[in-house]
Write a protein that binds this ligand. Structure first.
Ligand code: ADP
Length: 610
């Protein structure tokens, strides 16, 4: 993927599509290469272990019929032969039979080794990449889908290492088949056609069936995604409660069943075709097996094949049958794992956002937005449409406006989380596009609308925003008092009590969780704090109380409060009114009331309710 695509978010969706097209042309080699690269990087012992096992098993399988032939020949003329050679061959044959058990122990060990390291290697690899993806990309459903698929591919399937195991076993099986055919061909050239005939059709049939499976599976990816989404609704506690009380469980079930039946029918058709081909394959394979034995028997009766060679042929044909079955199984496993490998590595095709090069210097004067435009990917219109705004250091700004007017988007652009399509966002003249984001984020605190309920202790829930103060009980105390959370802390048994039902902690009400989230935002030592609809779950009296105290506590800090309720506006230094992605009014409560525009209209509308 070319660098910098996230910088132009309008291209996010199309870039992913373009890459998917490119990927089809690239076919499978790069993905296998990525697997090798990562396995060499993370779990090299697994690679070498599997390679050693494949080599040993391959040599043993081919050596076995040769040994059997030699032993039989020697046994028939035992008085005249060198007994040492005979017994040495017997020992080698025992090794041929016994060593595979050791190989399976080594294989199992490589799997355990791999499983133990997967979280810290593949999972961490994903986490690191996810940290660099531009935040606005996460608004793109295709990017999110890629994210989820990669997660499933790595955590459930361990697809890369399993796919490589399949490759080794397939190469090993092909080599064994070819070498076995060579061994029997050395006894008599007439044994070659039957052996090859049993081998090639099986290979072709397995490949055809697998290709069909994969094609249908890929074509179904949209329906499968929908099925998964519906299934998640049956498992999430919020949706389960809602569907039970509102009574739409049956409706969702019907949607799921319909999608399920649709996909299963298609897969059933593919499997039936595979079954027919499999039947044909079995007939060809077994006929060739029987024909091979018959030819070997005939050759022996005619004296062209020694008894020992006949015995070796029987062993060789059995090996051939066994390897062919293995090959068929591994081809289908390979196709399955390859699909997951694609999904895992597709995640790394989502381009990282480019970080700026300049170090952020904490702002002393103002934040200035000039002619800022922002559009979500896939959207037909700008969510921000030429925003002009100045926020002075230490100013308390409240942004109001009807739903969809662009308030939340503005807060994301203000912190540099979303990169503007055009225009500039500058902190004392430092354009956020050029800044190293880690430095800027250190100076900004945010409580978003969809804040997270962390199933951690209360101390962690609050202190996680500024780890250096995690043990500073005085700082916690101060914030708990401002947020009037003393009763809550007492009732749950102190700061170190677990919250949330996930790990048997205390579940909080919506309003209590909201207080915890605001406390988290306040706890962080930052110059700017943004609260996006922070008090929607609180009653108006509590809201007014908390926000007034909040403004007192953050004297000296710059704050931006986004709210659809205008009650807090009287305490603000500046009110910014948003409409259709623009700032339509800006000023104090008195000034805007006098102006009789959008703000006074919203004020009047809301006053009716109180
Ligand atoms: P507000 O916070 O004022 O309710 P938002 O900033 O959330 O408004 O939304 C502004 C506009 O952007 C709306 O038209 C909304 O539909 C659109 N929008 C918000 N989020 C997304 C998204 N993830 N993808 C596409 N459009 C979005």
């Amino acid at each position: 993927m070319p660098a910098g695509w996230m910088r132009n978010r309008n291209e996010v969706g199309s870039k992913v599509k373009k890459d998917k097209e490119q990927k089809k042309n690239i076919k499978m080699l790069p993905y296998i290469g990525y697997c090798f690269r990562d396995i060499l990087r993370f779990t090299p012992l697994m690679l070498w272990g599997k390679l050693a096992v494949s080599i040993v098993e391959g040599v043993l399988a081919v050596w076995q019929p040769i040994l059997i032939a030699d032993i039989c020949e020697l046994a028939l003329g035992l008085e005249v032969i060198d007994k040492d050679v005979f017994y040495r061959n017997i020992i080698f044959l025992c090794l041929c039979i016994g060593l595979p058990a050791l190989c399976s122990i080594v294989t199992r060990w490589t799997e355990i080794y791999n499983d133990c390291k997967k979280e810290s290697c593949y999972g961490w690899n994903m986490f690191e990449h996810a940290q660099k993806i531009r935040l606005e990309a996460l608004e793109d459903s295709e990017v999110l889908d890629t994210f989820q698929k990669a997660d499933a591919a790595y955590s459930d399937q361990m697809a890369g290492s399993r796919m490589l195991s399949c490759i080794f076993i397939m190469i090993e099986a092909v080599l064994i088949c070819v070498s076995t055919i060579c061994v029997v061909g050395r006894f008599s050239i007439w044994l070659i056609p039957g052996a090859v005939l049993g081998f090639l059709p099986h290979l072709a049939i397995s490949l055809i069936s697998e290709k069909r499976r994969v094609t249908v599976y890929r074509a179904q990816s949209g329906v499968r995604r929908r099925m998964q989404y519906l299934w998640e609704q049956f498992c999430k506690k919020e949706s389960v409660k809602e569907m039970r009380i509102m009574g739409f469980g049956e409706y969702l079930k019907k949607l799921w069943v319909k999608a399920n039946v649709e996909t299963m029918r298609e897969m059933e058709r593919v499997e039936l075709k595979a079954l027919q081909l499999g039947g044909l394959d079995a007939v060809i394979k077994n006929t060739c097996y029987a024909a091979n034995i018959a030819i070997a028997l005939l050759l022996m009766l005619r004296g062209s094949l020694a008894i020992g060679q006949f015995a070796a042929c029987l062993s060789a044909f059995a090996v051939l049958q066994n390897e062919l079955m293995k090959l068929g199984d591994k081809i289908s496993e390979f196709a399955n794992y390859y699909h997951y490998v694609e999904e895992y590595y597709d995640f790394f095709r989502i381009e990282e956002g480019e970080d700026g090069r300049e170090e952020y210097q904490p702002f002393q004067q103002e934040i200035a937005l000039q002619n800022v435009h922002f559009r979500y990917c896939g959207s037909e219109r700008d969510a921000l449409n030429g925003v002009e705004l100045n926020i002075k250091k230490g100013e308390h700004v409240v942004i109001v406006g009807v739903n969809g007017s662009g308030k939340t988007t503005l807060s994301k652009v203000l912190t540099g989380a979303y990169q503007v399509s055009s225009g500039t966002v500058c902190y004392d003249g430092q354009n956020v596009n050029n800044l190293r984001m880690a430095g800027l984020y250190q100076d900004v605190s945010m409580v978003s609308q969809n804040f997270v309920h962390y199933n951690f202790t209360l101390r962690e829930n609050i202190g996680i925003s500024d780890l250096k103060y995690m043990e500073d009980d005085g700082r916690f105390q101060n914030i708990i008092e401002v947020m009037e959370m003393q009763d809550l802390v007492e009732s749950i048994g102190g700061l170190d009590s677990q919250l949330g039902r996930e790990f048997d902690g205390r579940e909080l009400s919506g309003g209590e969780w909201q207080k915890v989230a605001i406390a988290r935002g306040l706890f962080k030592d930052s110059s700017l704090i943004i609260l996006d609809e922070p008090t929607s779950a609180l009653d108006p009296l509590m809201e007014y109380d908390i926000l007034t105290k909040f403004l007192e506590l953050i004297q000296g800090k710059t704050s931006v409060i986004i709210s659809h309720r205008v009650g807090i506006c009287r305490s603000a230094d500046k009110i910014v009114v948003m409409k259709e992605g623009r700032v339509v009014e800006c000023g104090t409560h008195e000034k805007l009331q006098e102006a009789g525009g959008e703000y006074s209209r919203i004020w009047r509308e809301q006053a009716k309710w109180y």
